[in-house]
Each structure stands twice: as structure tokens, then as C-alpha cells.
Write a protein that binds this ligand. Structure first.
Ligand SMILES: [Zn+2]
Length: 404
């Protein structure tokens, strides 16, 4: 909530500043330094931890933010390797608070730094010049990334797509990394749940991947029509009635579910933890096939009737159910879907129709572990923190039921 207020202040400042159209070429050193100091004491939203959000509204006036924007950061040239030392640190297009965020990086991410000032560092990210807050970068490689979640202590490690894995060759976008969290409580179950926040792959809708491993056409419509043999690698998702992108809500949901599963002793493989992971639907599926015991993709549907939750079931088309790996696994997919649905019903979630809709999905077509696309509502559904928390309890109950 506080963070929202802060963002509103930044946006106001930016629009005021835009009238004069002064960019940061203009140097106003004294005022700028003051503002930079203020920013350091009250680190805007450069890392999205709770504590930063708490302090971010204090002490920075609109004028100070405006001044910072107009002040050229005087940078020393650097040519060095640096590491991110905090979670969810913003990588921005310009050295300005409120500038477009290219991605967010987690502790341990490695970058090449070409410029340094007390507040901003100039870095190379995937071939583009970007800017990050200097205080979240260090030249010393951090120890193995250890993430302490609200509910459980868990150790984490990155997982990429291994080209030797079955079906890996069908993936077109796979430079990104998923993150494995190992539960460390005494209630450890030794089961890995892949939590896949739907969408969130920049450029994913302009690349196509094969629908089925055997090259046959899709048997139902969806984002891509029936009869097609290739489909968008990752679609961009819908936008909620209140203007929130689906990808933002699926990510928030994934984080809630991760904490709940870790607390219950499950290991969690997070496919996406920022607004962009370069992993297409096939890469996500193949990683889950090899590293997880089940795969749950989180989505909201594109209708506007607040119709309730349901899962995408395996189409009752003979040829599809006879195709591998669908033939060997479709019943497990349904068992997982039914368990999740039961968990969601248990927390009072509204259920659409009989709770399932037949859909020929890339995910299903390549899954060799129990795998489901669960639609947690649609454009008109509420997605407040309380709503996501409740859905998270239902999903976690469903996972427990599935493995019991
Ligand atoms: Zn979706």
C-alpha cells in the first residue's frame, strides 16, 4: 500500500518534469546531491523487499524526486564484474527513479559494470545498457544465495534448460533460469512442486513453437486455433478489468503459493520470479518434467463474467489421448487438477461449471509429470492480497491431497 503511494508520487513528479522536457543532461550539482542522498537514505523501490517499501514514502518531496530526474549522474568509467546483493532489484532503462524497468534481478546475478556513481551504476544486461542502484551491487561474489522466506528457511539454486533433456530441442526461448527452493523444516516431504506463473516472457508472442512433439495439429482452439501445428511460444496474457496485467497477478500468486508450500515442507521450483523470464512454455514444461514431481501453471481466463476457477483438462479426442507423452500421463494430469479443485472448493472458491474445460495446450502435450493449467478466475475476478492468500491455501491443500 505504502509502495503504491510512493509510485504515485514518482509519477506525479515525472509528469511535472516532462513539461519542461529537461533530461538528465542538465547538471544541477548541489540540489542533485541532496536528492541523491535523500534517495540513499530512503531507497525508492529499487529492491522490492518489505522494508524498503516501508521507508520509501518518508522524507522525499516531489521536488526532490524531480531534481534527481533532471540531474546527470556523473559516472566514473568502470570495466568490472559485479553481483546483485539483494532480491528483486530493478534494472532500469535510464538512471532515474521511475524509469522503465527492464527486469528485476536476484541476489547472485552477475553483470558487467561500465559506469559508477554513488547512486547509479551503468551495467550491461542482455546486450543493452541499463542502470541499477549502486548499493545493490558488489564486486565480491556473494555466498550461495540463501533466501529466507516469510514462512520457511529454504536454500535456493538456479535451474536452466538442459539441452539433453527429452523435448528440449522443441524450445525456442530458454536463456532464462528457474529457481529451486529446498524446504529445510523437519516436515520436509521430498517432493518438488513446479509453480509456473503464467506468461511473463518478453518477446514470447512473436516466436512460435511446435504444438505437439509428433507434429500433428492442435485438436482444440485456444490462444491458437485448432488445426495449427505451431503456436506462440508464450502469449502475453490478458488484462484484468481493473487494468492489471494477468502476468503480474500470476506472479504474485506464485510467490504466495511458494511460501505456503515451503512452509508445508514441499520443495518449490519457481519458473518465474520477475516480470520477465526467458523461458517459453516448452522450456518451462521440460524443466518441470526433469526437476519436479508435478507442474502447476497459474492463470486467469480472458472472459469477463467472474465465472470462477477451473482447470484445463485433456481433450477427449482419441488421437490426442493416444499421442505420447499424453497417452501415458493424461490421467495423472486430471488427478492433479481434481485435487487442486477440491482444495479450492474447500476454501470457498467459486467453481466454473464442472470445474474443467478441454484444452489442447503445449504444456499438456509435452508433460511427463502430473501437470495442470489452473485458471483461478477471469478478468472480473478480485485479486487482492487477501483473495490470493485464500486461493493459495486452497491450492496448497490440493497439493497435499494429491501427494497424500
Ligand atoms: Zn493466462
Amino acid at each position: 500500500m505504502r509502495k503504491k503511494i510512493w509510485m504515485a508520487a514518482v509519477l506525479t513528479a515525472v509528469s511535472v518534469a516532462a513539461v519542461g522536457c529537461q533530461k538528465y543532461e542538465k547538471v544541477e550539482v548541489p540540489a542533485g546531491l541532496e536528492a541523491a542522498e535523500a534517495m540513499q537514505k530512503n531507497p525508492a523501490d529499487e529492491a522490492s523487499g518489505e522494508s524498503q517499501a516501508e521507508t520509501s514514502t518518508a522524507g522525499i518531496s516531489v521536488k526532490e524526486v524531480e531534481t534527481t530526474r533532471e540531474t546527470a549522474p556523473v559516472m566514473e568509467n568502470r570495466d568490472e564484474k559485479v553481483y546483485v546483493n539483494a532480491a528483486n532489484v530493478n534494472v532500469r532503462k535510464e538512471p532515474q527513479p521511475g524509469a522503465e524497468i527492464v527486469t528485476r534481478l536476484n541476489s547472485g546475478a552477475e553483470l558487467h559494470r561500465t559506469g559508477y556513481s554513488d547512486f547509479w551504476s551503468k551495467v550491461e544486461y542482455q546486450g543493452q545498457t541499463c542502470y541499477m542502484a549502486s548499493r545493490y551491487l558488489t564486486t565480491e561474489k556473494p555466498e550461495v544465495s540463501e533466501t529466507v522466506t516469510a514462512s520457511a528457511a529454504a536454500s535456493s539454486s538456479q535451474v536452466g534448460l538442459n539441452g539433453d533433456w527429452k523435448y528440449a530441442d522443441f524450445s525456442k526461448i530458454n536463456s532464462g533460469k528457474a529457481v529451486m527452493y529446498r524446504a529445510e523444516g523437519e516436515n520436509r516431504k521430498g517432493k518438488v512442486v513446479c509453480v509456473n506463473a503464467g506468461h511473463g516472457t518478453k518477446g514470447g508472442s512473436s516466436v512460435k513453437t511446435q504444438c505437439h512433439p509428433d507434429g500433428t495439429p492442435k485438436v482444440t482452439g485456444g490462444t491458437t486455433g485448432a488445426g495449427a501445428t505451431s503456436a506462440v511460444a508464450v502469449s502475453s496474457g490478458m488484462t484484468f478489468a481493473d487494468g492489471t496485467p494477468e502476468a503480474e497477478v500470476t506472479l504474485a500468486m506464485a510467490k504466495v503459493l511458494k511460501d505456503k508450500l515451503l512452509a508445508r515442507g514441499f520443495d518449490v521450483l519457481m519458473i518465474r520470479e520477475t516480470d520477465d523470464v526467458q523461458l517459453d512454455n516448452i522450456a518451462r514444461t521440460v524443466i518441470a518434467n526433469n526437476m519436479a514431481d508435478c507442474h502447476i501453471a497459474l492463470h486467469w481466463d480472458s472472459t469477463s463474467s467472474d465465472k470462477g476457477v477451473f482447470y484445463m483438462s485433456v481433450p477427449g479426442v482419441e488421437s490426442y489421448r493416444a499421442m505420447e507423452p499424453v497417452a501415458s500421463h493424461w490421467q495423472e494430469h486430471h488427478a492433479l487438477g481434481d485435487s487442486l479443485l477440491a482444495g479450492l472448493k474447500g476454501v470457498g472458491a467459486k467453481v466454473f461449471s464442472n470445474g474443467k474445460m478441454e484444452m489442447d495446450l503445449t504444456q499438456t502435450s509435452f508433460s511427463t509429470v502430473p501437470s495442470i493449467d489452473i485458471e483461478l478466475g477471469d478478468k472480473a475476478s478480485g485479486h487482492s492480497a487477501a483473495a490470493l492468500d485464500n486461493l493459495g491455501n486452497g491450492l496448497a491443500d490440493g497439493v497435499e491431497q494429491f501427494f497424500s
